[in-house]
Design a protein around this ligand. Structure first.
Ligand SMILES: NC(=O)c1ccc[n+]([C@@H]2O[C@H](COP(=O)([O-])OP(=O)(O)OC[C@H]3O[C@@H](n4cnc5c(N)ncnc54)[C@H](O)[C@@H]3O)[C@@H](O)[C@H]2O)c1
Length: 226
């Protein structure tokens, strides 16, 4: 029997590098379409909207205005790491489901604030931890579930960015760290593969290279998760 599903109408907040990736992916999906774009930098919002033939009246510089006026079903929050919380809380309070970029927040208190707003308003939310859909990790996960390779016992995981990401790509790098934009994926994948939670963390960091280049953030973290 053939079923007809209507398309989920999405609004994207944050028309930067990754916001554009979101737009391409939704427009490639049979049951999704991007209908509104918001960025506090209106020129950026307009430029992205133009690539997807989104009309001017659905381009916003304020996410609250977009939530109130655009007629969207759901939101993709793709703003810098430190600028997720208020938008997420406002989405939940407006009754909009949302996908939010990792890291959910850069503090525990803000994460709790989002979770409370989500529960209170009974909306659905998801953090974009898409490594779980990457064959690199999905195949070993399936092998574990099928009993082919036994239970994982210990693992190491390394993710590196080149220095350019912090010095040139992300203007907000000093307000986040490699722990947030890469470490977050590592912890998620390991919890998922082990099907277990972390009990204790020991971490050592080193700073200096980026600080010397004027980006006030840490260079590396080496962490043991028990
Ligand atoms: N899941 C992944 O693998 C992955 C990959 C890349 C980036 N990200 C995440 O995506 C997010 C965005 O990263 P990016 O590289 O696109 O950053 P970016 O700096 O290229 O773009 C962010 C955009 O958000 C806008 N913005 C900031 N505050 C806003 C606000 N309050 N309202 C509306 N717009 C606002 C900025 O003007 C900018 O255009 C970050 O959290 C990053 O960690 C995730």
């Amino acid at each position: 029997m053939e079923t007809t599903l209507s398309k989920v109408k999405l609004g994207i907040v944050g028309a930067g590098t990754w916001g554009e990736t979101h737009a391409f992916i939704y427009n490639d999906h049979a049951h999704a379409e991007v209908v509104a774009i918001c960025d506090m930098n209106l020129e950026r919002a307009k430029a992205l909207a133009a690539k997807f033939n989104i009309p001017d009246e659905q381009v916003y510089s304020s996410h609250t205005e977009m939530l109130n006026r655009s007629g969207i079903d759901a939101v993709a929050i793709v703003t810098p790491d430190f600028a997720h919380t208020q938008i997420a809380v406002d989405c939940a309070n407006a009754g909009k489901h949302f996908i939010i970029e990792k890291p959910l927040t850069t503090s525990r208190e803000e994460a709790i604030e989002i979770m409370e707003a989500v529960k209170l308003n009974n909306v659905r939310m998801m953090v974009d931890l898409h490594s779980r859909w990457s064959p690199l990790f999905a195949i070993p996960k399936q092998s574990i579930l099928d009993g082919d390779i036994g239970d994982p016992y210990s693992a190491y995981y390394r993710l590196n960015d080149i220095k350019w990401v912090a010095t040139d790509l992300l203007p907000w790098a000093a307000k986040s760290s490699i722990l947030w934009f890469l470490g977050y994926h590592s912890v998620d994948v390991l919890r998922w593969l082990f099907n277990d939670e972390v009990e204790r963390v020991y971490s050592v960091s080193r700073a200096g290279v980026l600080k010397d280049e004027g980006v006030d953030t840490v260079d590396v973290y080496q962490t043991i998760l028990e």
